[in-house]
Design a protein around this ligand. Structure first.
Ligand SMILES: Nc1ncnc2c1ncn2[C@@H]1O[C@H](COP(=O)(O)OP(=O)(O)OP(=O)(O)O)[C@@H](O)[C@H]1O
Length: 452
């Protein structure tokens, strides 16, 4: 049995109307029947356009959103069926690292307080002394100075704040960490360091990751298995190398065809598949195959009426398409869309994204994340080190202006029913040393996310 197994997970958000919002007039089919398995010690990468339901799926695993249907089984226990109290205990084993490190850290709490909170809630450490020692060790492990304990989130750079987010997950000794866009809010020069850190921690601590990202480069280098999501469901899943070498679903093919060839000396003879049309609304998804409205090979009737299952085509490669074999053999007529030859010029001019979404292709070799791939040589890690030192120096010598930091902590609407009833309430009266007046929304969000 796999460590984490999702079976037919659906998350449908009701659309409410009426003066009291008491009339349900439809649903947003954010996640619409996802089944996947994450093996212990491995990384499952989930990619897809903005709005395809990646984040909702990640949150459903932690039950931060209500699961409409399906099961989420962690180590033999179906989390979807657990009473709230028991689920809270299970949350220690499932931690989340968020995209916006500042927004998910309470600006009024110092790092020791932020990291201790979950430990106290889950009964880790006999006393604060013991917890502090553990926090210090973990801060050191994630590359932060031990004097970080008494400092506040705004005093750190973006990369350091993400390290704090990772440390907050690690102190609870989780089995699975869900990383939601773990590096997309970071400067590209810092991204590889954080990716490297996640990989090193996985090796040392035997962690299991579910990594959600729109950036194919990040997912490729960190994942053992990759799942491609489109409009609430998986359209393809395969071991990382297989998916990149042999994408079979038309949507994945289109994504991959936007990936530039890294070597400028190599002539790129591939065809680029340009998708037509926008991503349909998840409140009104197309019938049949969800992708048929944009698929270059969509065939009349069948694709518009029958929803394809995710079928195993061998070697752990699963594809949800009625015509996988015919498309691979080149025997199926293209019905619409455009295929252009990818001359080097064409590729370089082409945007590294597909359709209306924001799935971005890996950039040319030499980008920080590509460098992370050369870990065998140690080059990426070596290159990353001086920058980490820079980051430390930056935080020690030039703390960010509190006002600017607070501005960055954009409050997002948080609609996490479970989290709000959880214990996490921001401490009151503990204003930051710098006297920053954090926005209430940011604090609320941090409190909700911290409840994970
Ligand atoms: N609480 C909610 N109520 C109603 N609709 C929601 C809610 N949360 C998400 N949605 C909708 O569900 C769909 C999937 O959203 P989700 O955030 O999971 O997508 P995503 O792939 O993670 O996108 P992004 O990368 O932009 O975060 C979107 O159409 C979104 O508007």
């Amino acid at each position: 049995m796999s460590l984490l197994e999702l079976d037919g997970v659906k998350v449908h958000f009701p659309i409410k109307k009426g003066v009291l919002f008491d009339r349900t007039v439809g649903h947003v089919y954010a996640v619409d029947g996802v089944s996947l398995k994450v093996e212990a010690g491995e990384t499952y990468g989930l990619v897809g356009e903005s709005g395809c339901g990646k984040t909702t799926l990640g949150r459903s695993v932690l039950r931060l959103v209500d699961i409409t249907e399906g099961s989420v089984v962690l180590d033999g226990t179906d989390l979807a069926k657990l009473p709230n109290e028991e689920m809270r205990r299970f949350r220690r084993r499932l931690q989340m690292v968020f995209q916006d490190p500042l927004g998910s850290l309470n600006p009024r709490q110092n790092i020791e307080s932020i990291l201790s909170e979950g430990m106290v809630a889950h009964g880790i450490g006999k006393n604060q002394e013991e917890r502090r020692e553990k926090i210090k060790a973990i801060l050191e492990r994630v590359g932060l100075p031990s004097n970080a304990l008494a400092r506040y989130p705004h005093e750190f750079s973006g990369g350091q704040r993400q390290r704090i987010g990772i440390a907050r997950a690690l102190v609870l000794e989780p089995d699975v960490i869900i990383c939601d866009e773990p590096v997309s809010a970071l400067d590209v020069s810092i991204q590889a360091q954080v990716v490297n850190l996640l990989e090193e921690l996985q090796e040392e601590l035997g962690l299991t990751y579910l990594v959600i990202a729109h950036d194919l480069a990040v997912v490729r280098h960190i994942s053992d298995v990759i799942g491609v999501m489109y409009l609430g469901s998986l359209v393809e899943e395969a071991p990382s190398d297989t998916l990149y070498a042999e994408p079979k679903h038309p949507y994945t093919k289109a994504l991959m065809s936007a990936v530039p060839v890294p070597d400028p000396e190599v002539e790129d003879r591939r065809e680029r598949i340009l998708l037509t049309g926008d991503l349909p609304s998840p409140a009104n998804p197309p019938t049949g195959c969800r992708f048929h409205t944009r698929c270059p090979w969509a065939q009349a009737e069948k694709c518009a009426t029958e929803r394809p299952e995710l079928r195993d085509v061998g070697g752990g490669h699963r594809v949800a398409c009625h015509y996988t074999a015919e498309i691979a053999a080149g025997t199926l007529k293209r019905t619409h869309g455009e295929v252009v030859s990818a001359t080097r010029e064409g590729v370089e001019d082409a945007p590294a994204s597909v359709g209306s979404g924001d799935v971005t292709a890996p950039e040319q070799s030499g980008t920080p994340v590509e460098k992370a791939a050369v870990e065998e040589s140690g080059t990426a890690v070596e290159k990353a080190e001086p920058k980490v030192a820079d980051e430390k120096a930056e935080a020690e010598t030039e703390p960010e202006k509190p006002e600017a930091a607070v501005e960055k902590a954009e409050p997002k609407a948080v609609t996490e029913p479970e989290a709000t009833d959880d214990k996490a309430q921001p401490e009151t009266g503990t204003e930051s040393e710098a006297g920053a007046e954090p926005e209430a929304g940011a604090e609320k969000k941090a409190a909700a996310e911290k409840a994970v």
